[in-house]
Design a protein. Structure first.
Length: 136
């Protein structure tokens, strides 16, 4: 140990979990769900695979946490703007509900589509919702 303290600082559990979710989000976005392994995620995070499993019992649980964080960010970014017409606000809210339902169904294994297909459908549905509300 040096005069300045230890060479590393242990992260608390919540900070570590949050950091793992952020790393996983980037990796899932870049590689998709199927091709990515827990070993690759652990390696990218600089931790052991058993430690990753300590925080997330499965790849599906980690993916669900990544989706939840993404949904939280989207919800915060798309909070209703009181200066916009109510139809715009309703269109975005309805779309967010459909995204949440589709993603949860997909994570639970009830929606047999590839990640890229799901992304395309969800983004296409956002465009349709906004166009239906008059957004051009």
């Amino acid at each position: 140990m040096s005069k300045d303290g230890p060479a590393f600082r242990r992260m608390d559990a919540d900070a570590r979990r949050g950091a793992l979710v952020e790393i996983a989000r980037a990796l899932f976005a870049a590689h998709g769900y199927e091709p990515l392994s827990m070993a690759q995620i652990a390696r990218a995070a600089g931790i052991s695979k058993p430690l990753l499993y300590h925080y997330f019992p499965s790849k599906q649980a980690l993916f669900a946490a990544a989706l939840e964080e993404t949904a939280r960010e989207l919800t915060a970014a798309l909070r209703p703007d009181p200066s916009r017409p109510p139809t715009d606000q309703l269109a975005v809210t309805t779309w967010l509900w459909s995204v949440e339902g589709a993603c949860l169904t997909w994570v639970e294994g009830g929606l047999p589509v590839a990640p890229a297909e799901l992304q395309g459908v969800l983004l296409g549905s956002l465009g349709g919702s906004l166009m239906g509300a008059g957004e051009r």
